[in-house]
Design a protein around this ligand. Structure first.
Ligand code: DX5
Ligand code: ZN
Length: 220
């Protein structure tokens, strides 16, 4: 089995030095840069907006994987697309017409992702699977880093993997929340190919980043 792609979440980076941190995690082997956008309404926490994404764009050529924990979300899509997002992932609960939201992301020329919260069933994807480029299975309730992995989401990862394989489309299966050296292989074995890790990527400071990423990939 191929090593998973690792998308470090900058939520766990030093917010006082975000540009430097993005450069460091890129150089340490990050495949994507996961950017958690939180509005204090859809989730209890507030993080960053499109202006910060724009400021970070010159610091890495790696895909900017923007996870919008924002509602209503449609009116922000263009701003994040122009700021430099490559992938824009939204939650179905973040607006009344998620199919239209996916169409809007793709009309902006970006890859569209759908994030499933722990209680959101895989069947939510039934009429979206042919329109999307990524499924994000949340293995924590969104809003904060450093939470514990919700083990019953492994069953959902397996179910989504079956849906993706049946679709015949090249859709990434990403998992986000509580990913560490124990849960990473469990998610890969269940069918994930991209893993988001905040705490596990950034722990120990920049001198540890490449070892952290190698450990998550299982290539250390
Ligand atoms: C939570 C975010 C996750 C989080 C992961 O709402 O979507 O990306 O930052 O953090 P860790 O890896 O620390 O669980
Ligand atoms: Zn995230």
């Amino acid at each position: 089995m191929a090593a998973p792609l690792i998308a470090p979440s900058i939520l766990s980076a030093d917010f006082a030095r975000l540009g430097e941190e993005v450069r460091a995690i890129d150089a340490a082997g990050a495949d994507w840069i996961h950017i958690d956008v939180m509005d204090g309404h859809f989730v209890p926490n507030i993080t960053i907006g499109p202006g910060v994404v724009k400021a970070l764009r010159p610091h890495s050529a790696k895909p900017f994987d923007v996870h919008l924990m924002v509602s209503p979300v449609d009116s922000y899509l263009e701003a994040f697309a122009s700021a430099g997002a490559d992938i824009i992932t939204v939650h179905p609960e973040a607006g009344p017409h998620v199919h239209r939201t996916v169409q809007a992301i793709r009309a902006l020329g970006k890859k569209a992702g759908i994030a499933l919260n722990p209680a959101t069933p895989a069947k939510t994807l039934d009429y979206l699977i042919d329109e999307i480029d990524l499924v994000l299975v949340m293995s924590v309730n969104p809003g904060f880093g450093g939470q514990s992995f919700i083990t019953n989401q492994l069953r959902k990862i397996e179910a989504v993997r079956k849906m993706i394989d049946k679709s015949g489309r090249a859709i990434h299966l990403q998992v986000d929340g509580g990913i560490d050296v124990t849960t990473a292989p469990q998610c890969s074995n269940a069918g994930a190919d991209v893993l988001v890790a905040g705490t596990a990527s950034f722990k120990g400071g920049s001198g540890c980043y490449s070892a952290n990423i190698a450990a998550l990939k299982g290539t250390d």
